[in-house]
Design a protein around this ligand. Structure first.
Ligand code: 6R9
Length: 692
């Protein structure tokens, strides 16, 4: 029996739960004991009385409207933004084909409408008298450096950069590669592109020259925007050197040469005179100074491209996921409004780098489209001390904090004191994205960081979805640790079984989406066939997310991980994240990654990589305890065959654990592929040498 934990006596959650009793999910192969041990958590809704949605019943009726009358719902949301020309009234707001058998896959929203995302994110607020409000707060890696820019100032700055780009020949439809650290100029550069209709391709400034050159070549960007160098934590990154090397690779490999490279002079990291210079290079500051502070807006048809962003698939080269103007703008704006229920005085801090989709949608576009103040942080989370994040929260009175579970897990390894010594009283909302959050990390986030006052939005979505797809809405229904709960408006998730049959009620299977929502990516740049094959071929007539999920009788959806992370042990389908959650709940365990490996008897065995918590010494006891936990939380079949203690895990720079590498190490394979794009490539050999 599940206990409903109500933290505020006056608040009864608005769900059809009678006492909260739960049946086991019907799929015999779905071990869900791990979930049974976690309670539903209700947070007193007083912090969100003015939220656009404040109860589940209100959500249900708006949700049905969004599915039943997309024209009414999305048309209404789109009208909150400025359109130079309205979209065609004589056709539906959305036209699409999700079924290959009926012809090419396509999605279109708001056809015939003309707008501009930069205009909506900045000019609109200035025009309505909010020019003096702070648009972006910036905190440097070094706590002594910070800056703030109002909407009016941002408008002038963005216009200057737009003019600079135009003066270098950039026009509508051209690709501009942005390889910059988290300085104020990064959002400025993105918005300047959006203003003139150029397609920005932000490449995370942590990728190698090799990776950067591949991305520049793929989209043939004639202009690159970068920065001389940056300090992150104790490390110095010489970005301009990396760009030079990448551009050399471009010309060596295919004779492609970039015409202009604009370099922001970051004197706090490296003096100007130390930066190697080429004929194509110009200094950002020198060039910007010469440019006018007003720039015409390029009015864009709704389906024209806004940006592309490269993301890795399970195979092959990175995909340039392409988003278009109208749909992305409406989706970024609408999801931000409902999920984060922004108030005028809010300070919104999303820790994601603008090099990832979360940075695009919830550092830049979502907050600015809503006229909110967004915080940009240049540094790393636990530097120079493990409490840096909470110090920043207090310094700027941050009201909403949005981060990745990996950050929570890494901070959780330190003493609570590093959190508790900061007040955090300005916080009213916490959120996560990017990977499953295990209940232990969730509870730490909720108890220690949020003092059990702040709802946690576990938001599930993807680069391809443009914005949040599954999420709790703050204060509107009880939370469940580890579950992204319910679909956002206009999103109709379906759960399929192995045969592609839609499952009803509580179940477990493959997560797909039935209809398009405005934020769905329209294609993979230059490779529409790959788009069709990746997302619309496994299951015909749905968008295939590639994730597995479980739905309970409350309708709550819990992501069980990428489908390829599912292992099959003696016929039991086990999600690796489920085993991970069980093991990670032990206090001696700092981080865990679980993969399958070939096993003579069981088909697949379970191989667990464990990072032991600092100060926890008795390994023998820990091994025993972990086995007991897996057995207790999931079942005997879920007890790992191998428990391998490692000093670190191979992670991408956005913090995702690269399970394919771990899988190969577990099966003694040596063809580990390219490990150079890992956050710390050296960790791989450390893991191999620690293998018993
Ligand atoms: C936004 C972002 C997408 C993949 C996605 C899924 C995983 C994201 C999650 C989550 C469980 C969540 N993922 N959010 N898994 N719970 N709340 O991260 O986009 O980098 O494209 O990654 O991340 O596996 O399919 P992206």
């Amino acid at each position: 029996l599940r206990r409903l934990q109500v933290l505020s006596p006056g608040f009864l959650p608005d769900v059809g739960l009678s006492g909260g009793s739960l049946r086991q999910a019907p799929c015999s192969s779905s071990p869900s004991k791990q979930e049974d041990s976690s309670d539903l958590v209700s947070v007193p809704p007083h912090l969100f009385r003015d939220a656009p949605v404040s109860s589940r019943s209100q959500y249900e009726s708006l949700y049905s409207q969004s599915l039943g009358d997309p024209d009414g719902f999305w048309g209404g949301e789109a009208k909150c933004l400025f359109w130079k020309n309205p979209w065609d009234a004589d056709r539906p707001v959305c036209a699409y084909n999700f079924d290959k058998r009926k012809g090419p896959i396509f999605v279109e929203w708001f056809r015939g409408g003309y707008t501009n995302v930069c205009y909506n994110a900045i000019d609109r607020h200035v025009d309505s008298g909010r020019g003096n409000q702070v648009a972006v707060l910036w905190e440097g890696n070094d706590p002594r450096f910070n800056a703030r820019i109002t909407y009016s100032e941002l408008l002038r700055y963005v216009c200057q950069v737009a003019n600079l780009l135009r003066s270098r020949g950039v026009k509508k439809g051209d690709r501009v590669c942005i390889y910059m650290p988290m300085i104020l100029e990064l959002p400025v550069a993105m918005l300047a592109c959006a203003r003139i209709g150029a397609i920005h391709s932000v490449v995370f400034a942590g990728f190698s020259a090799e990776a950067l050159s591949g991305r520049i070549l793929d989209c043939q960007s004639q202009v690159v925007l970068t920065c001389s160098a940056v300090r992150r934590g104790d490390k110095m990154l010489l970005l301009k050197e990396i760009v030079d090397e990448a551009l050399q690779l471009c010309s060596q490999r295919s004779g492609f040469s970039v015409e202009t490279c604009v370099v922001y002079d970051n004197e706090t990291a490296v003096p100007r005179k130390n930066v190697a210079w080429q004929a194509r290079d110009i200094w950002w500051q020198d060039a910007v100074r010469e440019c006018s502070t007003s720039a015409e807006v390029e009015w864009m048809e709704s389906e024209e491209p806004l940006f592309m962003l490269y993301t890795s698939g399970s195979t092959g080269k990175p995909k340039g996921v392409l988003h278009t103007v109208g749909g992305y703008m409406v989706y970024a704006s609408t999801t931000f409004k409902y999920c984060f229920a922004p108030r005028k005085e809010d300070i919104f801090w999303c820790t994601a780098d603008c090099g990832w989709i979360t940075g695009h949608t919830y550092v830049v576009y979502g907050p600015l489209l809503n006229g909110t103040t967004s915080l940009v942080y240049e540094g790393v989370p636990a530097w120079p001390h493990p409490g840096r994040c909470w110090e920043i929260v207090d310094k700027y009175k941050v009201t909403a904090f949005y981060t990745a579970p990996t950050l929570i897990r890494s901070l959780q390894a330190y003493d609570k004191e590093h959190v508790k010594k900061f007040s955090r009283s300005s916080l009213r909302l916490l959120a996560t994205a990017g990977e499953p959050i295990n209940p232990k990390a969730w509870n730490w986030y909720f108890d220690v960081v949020g003092d059990r006052r702040c709802p946690i939005l576990d938001t599930w979505w993807q680069t391809e979805t443009g914005g949040v797809m599954l999420t709790p809405l703050p204060g509107a229904w009880p939370l469940k640790p580890g579950s992204a709960t319910l679909p956002f408006f206009g999103v109709e998730p379906v759960v399929l079984d192995q045969q592609g049959k839609e499952l009803k009620g509580p179940c477990e299977g493959y997560l797909c989406i039935r209809h398009p929502w405005p934020g769905i990516a329209r294609t993979i740049y230059g490779d529409h066939k790959r788009y069709e094959e990746t997302y619309f071929s496994t299951w015909l007539s749905y968008y295939n997310t590639g994730d597995g999920c479980r739905r309970d009788e409350n309708g709550y959806i819990t992501i069980t991980g990428r489908v390829d992370d599912v292992i099959n042990v003696s016929g039991h389908r086990i999600s690796t994240s489920e085993v991970e959650a069980a093991l990670a709940s032990h206090p001696g365990c700092a981080e865990v990654a679980v993969v399958g490996f070939p096993h003579e008897v069981k088909g697949e065995g379970i191989y667990a990589y464990i990072i032991q918590m600092d100060g926890h010494t008795d390994r023998g006891e820990l091994i025993k305890a972990l086995k007991v936990l897996a057995r207790k939380e999931i079942g005997g079949f879920a007890v790992p065959d191998v428990l391998h203690f490692v000093p670190g895990l191979p992670k991408t720079r956005s913090g995702k654990v690269m399970r394919n590498i771990l899988r190969k190490i577990a099966s003694n394979r040596t063809d580990l592929g390219d490990t150079s794009t890992l956050a710390d490539p050296a960790v791989v050999s450390k893991i191999i040498s620690s293998k018993m």
